[in-house]
Write a protein that binds this ligand. Sequence first.
Ligand code: DO4
Ligand code: MG
Length: 278
Amino acid sequence: AVTEDNMVFDLPFSDFVSMVTEAKSQNETPLNLVQQFSKNQSHLALAELELTTPLDAPEVWAAGVTYKKSKEARNYEATQGKLNAETFYDKVYNATRPEIFFKSTAARTVGPNDPVYLRSDSNWQIPEPELGLVLDKSGNILGYTAGNDMSCRDIEGENPLYLPQAKVWKHSCSIGPSIILKEAVVDPYEFEIICRIFRNEKLVFEGRAQVNQLKRKLEELVHYLTLDNELFDGTILLTGTCVVPPNEFTLREHDRIEIEVPGIGILNNPVLQSDHST
Ligand code: DO4
Ligand code: MG
């Protein structure tokens, strides 16, 4: 566990889900349980640790077109900039049912400082910085993390039926660096999401937004994910992107992406070209 002043202490659980399960069995909140272990321990500084994914999420799902910014960007892709007709992106933005798609499995999901990969058959790729909800198998929100829903704008723009290929490949999703417990968050709509992209360590893009710009309620997205579905403890639901680089921007190999959500931390990932041999 890590405190707000970036000090780290040990928890006697093998992973995040076991900690939550133990809290439930003790009729205790996860926050109270974790705080019990912070006492009488010598704390380490967070900077001394090499971080991994904060949990092995069995599945990562993602909601889309939940912010006006995302709707506008998709419309640009789908119409090659000729924004004169109503598209299915306009429709889904206003519809009762949100867009929810399957994004990733534990094996495809990377954590802090691991490389995210570029697809070899796309020339227009961007990170999508998103707030992630950590869920239990009943759809209860256990905590919040940051996530990157890497996306190929050209593949999705060519045909919406290509969405799974525009969204899912090896190392196309990253999460972390931490999970902030639900009980420690007064208002999740107050989260700010900041995305920075560096090229040769020079900042080439920075954008920020706040979760209160979300068109829907977080619980509404979870509701649609759970309908007639089977969820697993530790599932993550990414809640859509609200920061999109300019239309002429595409990621390049050796770029570095930072996704910062104050209170959760900075998710840092270098960018590599996907390697066909592995
Ligand atoms: O419609 C495609 C995906 C949208 C998305 O991933 C987002 O809005 O974040
Ligand atoms: Mg997205």
